[in-house]
Design a protein around this ligand. Sequence first.
Ligand code: PAF
Length: 279
Amino acid sequence: MTEVIRSADELREKVAGWKRSGMLVGVVPTMGALHDGHLSLARAAREQSDRVIVTVFVNPMQFNNASDLEKYPRDEAHDLALLDSEGVDVLFAPGVDEVYPDGFATTVSVSGITEPLEGAFRPGHFDGVATVCSKLFGMTQAGRAFFGEKDWQQLQVVQRFVRDLNIPVRIIGCPTIREEDGLAMSSRNVRLSATERATAPVLHAVMQAAASDMRAGKPVQTALMDAQAELLEAGFRDIEYLELRTVEGLRPAPDLSQPARMLAALWLGDVRLIDNIAV
Ligand code: PAF
C-alpha cells in the first residue's frame, strides 16, 4: 500500500529508517493529476532505487498566472490509486504551509539558461521550480530524482542548480511519453475540448516534419517559419516560441552543426501546450 505522508518531519524519519538499512531512495517530483508520463517516471524510479517517493505539490511559487494555478487539475484519490498500482512506497503531499511556512524568505535562482523560452514568457517560473525542487530534495533526502524530458528546459535548470549547489542527488532525465497520435502527455491535456484534442497532435507532427526538412538541408529559419504557418493554419494561436536551440546551454542554433533540440510553446483554445524533440 502506498503510504500518504504530509509532514516533512514524518517523511524524514521514514527515509532515515530506509537509509539505515542501506536503501537507495528515488523521488519523482510532480504536481499531481498523474498520467502515464508520470507513471513511467515512477517505474524508472522503481527500477533504479530501493524505495520510491512520489511528491504531489501544486507549487504556487512557479505559477505566474493566478487563474492557471486555480485551474490546475487536482485529484489526490486518483493519484494515490495509480501510485499504489505502481508499487510506489510513499506519496508525499505536503500542504502549502508545510513547504512555505510563515517567514519563508529564500529563493533559488538560476541565471542564463532560465532566461529564454519558458523564462521569457513565464517570469519567475524557474525560480519557483528551482526553489521547490531544492526543498523537495532536502525533505526527501533522495539519492536519485526522475524528471521527464517533456519539460526539457526545466530538466536543464534542475541539473544546473544541483551541480552548482553540490546537492547530493543524481538527476535522471526520462523520455517524453506520448499518446498514440503523438501528443505529449500533460496534466493540462484534460482541459482540451474534443475538437482541440483532435487538433493537438498536429503540433508534434509539424515539429517532426520541420526537423526532417532541416536534416534534408532546409535552412533552419525557413523550416521554423513554415512550421509556424502550418500550426496557425491548423488552429493553434499565440505561438510563444518555436525555436531550435543547442542541447548544451540552450543557445540559439542557426544550423545543425551541433546537437540541437526544437522547442515549442503555444496555445490551443485556453490551454498552453509545450513540446520538444531532438533534431
Ligand atoms: O514538472 C513539474 O510537475 C513541476 O515543475 C515540478 C518539477 C514538480 C516542480 O514543482
